[in-house]
Every structure is written in C-alpha cells, then in structure tokens.
Ligand binder design. Structure first.
Ligand SMILES: *[C@@H]1O[C@H](CO)[C@@H](O)[C@H](O)[C@H]1NC(C)=O
Ligand SMILES: *[C@@H]1O[C@H](CO)[C@@H](O)[C@H](O)[C@H]1NC(C)=O
Ligand SMILES: *[C@@H]1O[C@H](CO)[C@@H](O)[C@H](O)[C@H]1NC(C)=O
Ligand SMILES: *[C@@H]1O[C@H](CO)[C@@H](O)[C@H](O)[C@H]1NC(C)=O
Ligand SMILES: *[C@@H]1O[C@H](CO)[C@@H](O)[C@H](O)[C@H]1NC(C)=O
Ligand SMILES: *[C@@H]1O[C@H](CO)[C@@H](O)[C@H](O)[C@H]1NC(C)=O
Ligand SMILES: *[C@@H]1O[C@H](CO)[C@@H](O)[C@H](O)[C@H]1NC(C)=O
Length: 260
C-alpha cells in the first residue's frame, strides 16, 4: 500500500520504496548469551546521511543510536550501558543489526529499529524472548512412615511442562512448586511424587519448548524384603562375636592387673 503511494510519488519526486526488514518470528535468547537483533535496509552510498535508532516499543528508552557517522550514546538507557554494539563494516551494506551482550530477564521485549538515509525512512519491530535451560534435576528420596516421596529440584525459565509417568507410561499425579523468578532470572522448581509402594519405577519429564529442552529422568527403586532381613542377621551375628571377644579381652586384662 505504502509502496503503491511511493510508486505514484516517483512520478513527482525521485523516491524509492525504502523498507526495513526484521525477523518475523520472535528471537529466543538464553540467559547470559549475546542477543542479535537483525535489521536490514537498502543502503545509501553516503553513510553520513544514515540515522539508526534502536529503542523499546513500550517506552521511549534509547537502546542504541547512530548518526553523523558514529555512535551517539548520550541518551542511552543505563540498562544498556556498555552492552550494545553495531557492526560498522556492515552498516554500508545495509545491515543495522544490534548485538546486546549478557542477555537477562529484563531485556525481554519489543525492540524498534528505525532507519533513515538518503533513500527514505522506515521502522521494524523485533521481539526478543528470554529463556534459560533447566539445570540438571537434583533427586531426593524422602521416607516418612509408609510414604515414599521422590522429588526433583531445578532452576530455569520460563515455566516448563512437567509430568511423572508410571512404568506403563501412565500419567501420575504429582505436586509442583514454582517460586517466582528472582533477580537472577530463573524459576526455582520443586516437583514431587508420593507413593506408599516400596518399589518405585517412575519417569520424570520436563519440557521447556522455548529452548527445545526435553529432559527425562528414570527413578527405579526396588528392595528385596528377604535380603534386608538376612543382612540384619549377619550384622547381628558379627556384633555378638565382637561383643563376646571384647568382653573376654577386658576380663583377661582386668585379671592380669589384679594379679600384679
Ligand atoms: C555525504 O552527505 C553529506 C551531508 O549530506 C555531504 O556533506 C557529503 O558531501 C556527502 N558525501 C558524499 C561523498 O557524497
Ligand atoms: C565495557 O566493557 C568492556 C568489555 O566488554 C570492559 O573491558 C570495560 O571495562 C567496560 N567499561 C565499563 C565502564 O564498564
Ligand atoms: C548483519 O550483521 C550481523 C552482525 O555483524 C551479522 O551477524 C549478520 O550475518 C549480518 N547479516 C547479513 C545479512 O549479512
Ligand atoms: C502419605 O501420603 C498421603 C497421600 O499420598 C497423605 O495423605 C498422607 O498425609 C501422607 N502421610 C504422611 C505421614 O506424610
Ligand atoms: C519400569 O519402567 C519402564 C518404563 O519407564 C519399563 O520399561 C520397565 O519394564 C519397568 N520395569 C518394571 C520392573 O516394572
Ligand atoms: C497429566 O495429568 C495432569 C494433571 O494431573 C494434567 O494437567 C496433564 O494434562 C496430564 N497430561 C497428559 C499428557 O495426560
Ligand atoms: C527397574 O528395576 C527392575 C528390578 O531390578 C528391573 O527389572 C527393570 O528392568 C528396571 N527398569 C528400568 C527402566 O531400568
């Protein structure tokens, strides 16, 4: 539509259809990594006419700006201080992609790329999504009277899909606790499964689609009632022999001292 108008405009003025190209799908970046926000435009032979402004869509905060042939960071938001950079060699090729180092939860949002040069002006929006891989789940097994609790703890982002499966692959009821993301930008997750059965054969699954993470951990706990009782018998016998022997030794030492 805009282009059609501009095409008409060509008859009156020599204006080309200038447009900015940004990724159409959200850009997912993991915690601590470098985010690359792509933004391309049709270059102009003269770079001194180029004005690039990266800012947040929701607020007027300046993320990065470039004009008069160099970075202009006086009005940059302190949140982005020393973390952003443009590739100067790429600017002449029509590439205004911005790198943001050390991605954190607060960096998630919609970023506007506004480009102006001798050929025109346009803007595009890049959606930046924050994610973090879930850490290796830490297993604990708690015994309380007749209950056995199998529990996994881990940290990551965002909220994952968690399931406990039985030996036949059936969905088991579980208990999930998620504490809100701290300044560190990670959720703390505690998932548990309670059973009265002493033999456990379950699978814990976690899916974090934002980073295509798919975890599966098997817990296989079995005990043999006969073995545990025979073990006790052996332990008891050893203890009796030891007791008899030490008593004998003490008596002998005592008698020897008495005789002196
Ligand atoms: C580039 O543009 C600036 C300002 O518009 C002008 O002063 C300069 O002469 C131009 N340079 C070239 C090589 O066209
Ligand atoms: C900016 O970052 C560089 C490394 O990326 C570091 O060496 C420098 O000390 C930082 N400057 C400030 C003022 O934090
Ligand atoms: C644009 O610049 C970035 C950063 O230097 C680079 O990674 C990317 O490949 C460039 N894009 C194109 C299309 O060349
Ligand atoms: C054992 O688990 C059941 C649910 O499975 C629960 O109602 C009960 O309170 C638990 N008992 C103890 C002692 O934790
Ligand atoms: C334990 O569960 C797995 C599937 O998770 C199954 O293949 C296996 O046969 C089960 N073992 C027993 C002893 O039930
Ligand atoms: C498993 O059960 C939970 C509730 O206990 C439910 O929310 C979930 O959708 C079920 N998943 C599947 C694959 O059946
Ligand atoms: C779990 O343990 C039982 C008994 O030791 C064994 O037969 C079974 O194959 C194990 N299952 C898995 C999934 O390891």
């Amino acid at each position: 539509m805009l282009c059609a108008f501009l095409f008409l405009g060509i008859l009156l003025r020599r204006t080309d259809c200038f447009s900015v190209t940004v990724p159409s799908s959200p850009v997912s970046v993991v915690r601590g990594a470098m985010a690359l926000l792509s933004c391309e435009f049709e270059p102009d032979h003269n770079i001194s006419n180029l004005v690039i402004t990266w800012q947040l869509q929701e607020s007027p905060q300046v993320v990065h700006s470039f004009y008069y042939g160099k970075d202009q960071l006086d009005r940059q938001s302190s949140h982005y201080f020393n973390r952003t950079s443009l590739n100067y060699k790429e600017l002449a090729k029509g590439n205004a992609s911005l790198s943001i180092a050390n991605m954190g939860l607060k960096d998630a949002g919609n970023y506007l790329c506004i480009v102006t040069n001798g050929k025109g002006t346009d803007r595009g929006v890049v959606q930046l999504v924050y994610a973090a891989f879930y850490s290796e789940p830490r297993l604990s097994i708690l015994l309380k009277s007749t209950n056995v609790t199998v529990q996994y703890e881990m940290e990551g982002y965002p909220r994952p899909e968690v399931m406990w499966l039985g030996s036949a692959g059936q969905n088991l009821t579980d208990h999930l606790e998620v504490s809100s993301a701290s300044d560190g930008g990670l959720y703390y997750l505690k998932s548990s499964y309670v059973t009265q059965s002493p033999a456990i054969n379950v699978t814990f699954t976690l899916k974090n689609p934002a980073v295509h993470q798919d975890l599966q951990r098997h817990v296989n706990l079995s005990y043999d009632g006969n073995m545990s009782s025979s073990t006790s018998v052996v332990v008891l016998s050893i203890m009796c022999i030891f007791l008899l022997f030490s008593t004998g030794l003490l008596l002998w030492l005592y008698c020897r001292d008495k005789r002196r």
